[in-house]
Design a protein around this ligand. Structure first.
Ligand SMILES: Cc1cc2nc3c(=O)[nH]c(=O)nc-3n(C[C@H](O)[C@H](O)[C@H](O)COP(=O)(O)OP(=O)(O)OC[C@H]3O[C@@H](n4cnc5c(N)ncnc54)[C@H](O)[C@@H]3O)c2cc1C
Length: 627
């Protein structure tokens, strides 16, 4: 076996991941841990200051309810999420996050985040729920607060440690395993409770950007399905694994469109000039009641644009110049004011990209795009797994303790595995929490996990013989490569191993062509999915033959194994749900209609670690009475 030092770390609470959910968990758990003499440890595969989906910064906080200003109620938010997810959401979780999110945003401001305010000192809204921010350093500010809280409570931070497996004994989590991405060190974390917050997944599907553009995507490439893998392998019940997210963004640079649609009130049109949201309005009848209520769900908005593409009306465009001209028009009587406003709008347009998707600004610059002069192409991206945004995939977690919800087995945000909690993209059916809501959910879970430890925490019984076995399995790609790399002149081609890059292409091809990716125009069917399952058998076999030249590739191997699990659970769940509920995210061509009578329910599943068997199940949707 490759020579890796084993490092054992004992803690009370282990937080895996260092993103928004994890940072929220760290802040809150540190506070309660200090009061109870407990230790909290956080472990991130990257450096927390710039890790996860917010690494590059953001230009808006997407969830702010505004209760103190009387702008909205928590119930309004529950209705909004129900509508956007075509009726399928865990309203208890959404409610719990919504009632805590404003205080999280106020903490962000206290920690130094610049939220835009108007002349009267009120927050500047991008849309009903979104606040504009100077967010280039958003992640640094949030990570700093988490690290400070941990330092104050005697906690520990491990960065550049990639977590692979959960440690579970008798359906109780007892820790996690991982390896350093910089040194030959294998980590054994022993804990009384674990919070999973390792984000969502990208590059499960073949991206639009291939060849010279490979690696570019809307979702940052760092998150590879570790949350889904970790919770699945622990034996946790999962939910909404069919609900992937497809954003429509500026094409190829993946730049955000929110500011254009919401702030600048821009229109999206086909190459023929038709505004698909208006031209195809009648199609929305087919998706009633959700298609007929406002706001129109994100997937249906995508779908209307996709219908234009199917009919050969593409490319689609964002009418940037028209939107800017409309806003500036109010100033046309005063040339000086007009010039000033145009300059301001132009800089806001560019700043939106520079805050969070610099590549789009570079692409615009390289193609001589002047948004005030000419429209820009938009397109539906490849599918992503991001349960905190407009997707919903994640673990099935317990509801808040004080709400009378049917989904409750003890502690808020605990999965069906004792002591294992999930937050952000790792927890399912509670979409639209975004950065602020994920942080709020982290705080909820952090507090609940400490309560769990105080009430039930037992010293973790870790079976070190099993750890040794897993260590050998985790490091196996290094050994396999070493044993066979000299058998061919080109080490990239070898009958005894497959390198992670090649493996990823194979996974992406299956997902793209059979599970409704970009090249199959987001359409799939039972037969296609069944064929995908046949191909997964071979892919799984080959995953045992992954080879790694170095530590860097060892990480790539495990990222791809995790992506494979995310891909498989997705295929299984689309196959299980025999209807099309979210056209615009995926379309099951053999069951092309929504079936409220049979499928107004959650599609859940579970992998049994003891037998390796999968179980698929339906769970009822519960609406908060009176909401
Ligand atoms: C392109 C894009 C634009 C967005 N725009 C907005 C916006 O404008 N406003 C808004 O409010 N929200 C926005 N969001 C949503 C927001 O970023 C997410 O909701 C939020 O980051 C989710 O938090 P999380 O903790 O689940 O995941 P993340 O914040 O992504 O954190 C995941 C963490 O897990 C770590 N990790 C991953 N795998 C491992 C592993 N194996 N071992 C150890 N650590 C691991 C990562 O390094 C990272 O620290 C956007 C998201 C994306 C992708």
């Amino acid at each position: 076996m490759a020579n890796f030092e084993t490092v054992e770390v004992s803690t009370d609470l282990l937080i895996v991941g260092g993103g928004f959910g994890a940072c929220g968990a760290a802040v809150e758990a540190a506070y309660w841990a200090k009061k109870n003499g407990l230790k909290v440890t956080i472990v991130d595969k990257a450096a927390m200051d710039r890790s996860g989906a917010v690494a590059m910064g953001l230009s808006a906080i997407n969830q702010y309810v505004g209760v103190k200003d009387g702008d909205n109620t928590v119930e309004d938010y529950v209705r909004y999420v129900r509508q956007d997810l075509m009726g399928i959401s865990r309203e208890d979780l959404v409610y719990n996050i919504a009632r805590h999110v404003d205080s999280t945003v106020h903490l962000f401001e206290k920690w130094g985040l610049k939220i835009w305010t108007d002349e009267e000192g009120k927050y500047v809204h991008e849309g009903r729920w979104q606040l504009m921010i100077n967010g280039e350093s958003y992640k640094i500010i949030i990570a700093e607060a988490a690290k400070n809280a941990l330092a104050d409570a005697g906690g520990e931070v491990y960065e550049r440690v990639f977590i692979t497996e959960p440690l579970v004994e008798n359906n109780k989590v007892v820790g996690a395993l991982g390896f350093s991405t910089r040194e030959n060190k294998f980590y054994v974390f022993k804990a009384k409770a674990v919070i999973a917050g390792m984000g969502g997944a990208v590059h499960v599907f073949r991206p639009r950007s291939v060849g010279e553009g490979l690696g570019r995507s809307w979702y940052p490439p760092f998150n590879s399905g570790s949350s889904a893998y970790f919770t699945l392998r622990a034996g946790a019940e999962m939910t909404c694994q069919e609900v992937r997210f497809i954003p429509v963004r500026f094409k190829d640079g993946y730049g955000p469109v929110g500011a254009w649609f919401l702030l600048f009130k821009s229109r999206a049109i086909s190459a023929q000039g038709g505004e698909y949201m208006a031209v195809r309005k009648d199609e929305l009848q087919n998706w009633a009641p959700y298609g007929l209520a406002k706001p129109i769900p994100a997937n249906l908005r995508n779908y209307l644009g996709m219908l234009d593409m199917d009919e050969g009306l593409g490319p689609l465009y964002m009418e940037t110049s028209e939107a800017i001209a409309k806003i500036a028009e109010q100033y046309k009587e005063d040339p000086k004011a007009f010039k000033k406003k145009m300059k301001e709008l132009e800089s806001e347009a560019w700043e939106d990209f520079l805050d969070m998707t610099i590549s789009q600004a570079i692409l615009w610059a390289s193609q001589n795009v002047k948004p005030e002069e000419k429209h820009s192409e938009i397109a539906a991206c490849e599918p992503y797994f991001i349960g905190s945004h407009s997707g919903a995939s994640g673990a099935w977690v317990s509801g808040p303790e004080d709400l009378d919800t049917p989904y409750k087995w003890g502690y808020a945000n605990m999965t069906t595995v004792d002591g294992l909690f999930a937050v952000g993209d790792a927890s399912g059916a509670s979409s639209h929490k975004f950065s602020s809501g994920s942080h709020a959910e982290g705080r909820i879970a952090g507090k609940a996990a400490i309560k769990y430890i105080v009430e039930k925490g037992a010293a973790p019984a870790v079976d070190m013989a099993k750890v040794e076995e897993l260590k050998a399995r985790i490091l196996a790609p290094l050994d396999l490569y070493e044993a066979h790399c000299n058998e061919t002149t080109d080490p990239e081609v070898n009958t005894n191993y497959i390198l992670p890059r090649q493996f990823m292409f194979r996974l992406q091809k299956i997902m793209d062509e059979y599970a409704g990716g970009v090249t199959s125009a987001f359409k799939t069917s039972k037969s296609l999915l069944e064929r995908a399952m046949e191909l997964f058998v071979f892919l799984r076999e080959d995953s045992e033959k992954l080879g790694a030249r170095d530590l860097y590739e060892l990480e790539r191997c495990w990222e791809n194994i995790q992506r494979m699990w995310q891909g498989e659970v997705h295929v299984r769940t689309i196959l299980f749900r025999e209807e099309t509920r979210w056209p615009g995210y995926y379309f099951r061509a053999d069951t092309p209609k929504m079936d409220e009578a049979n499928w107004h329910c959650f599609a859940n599943c579970k992998w049994d670690p003891a037998t390796g068997e999968w179980e698929m199940m339906k769970r009822d949707v519960w609406n908060i009475p009176g909401v």
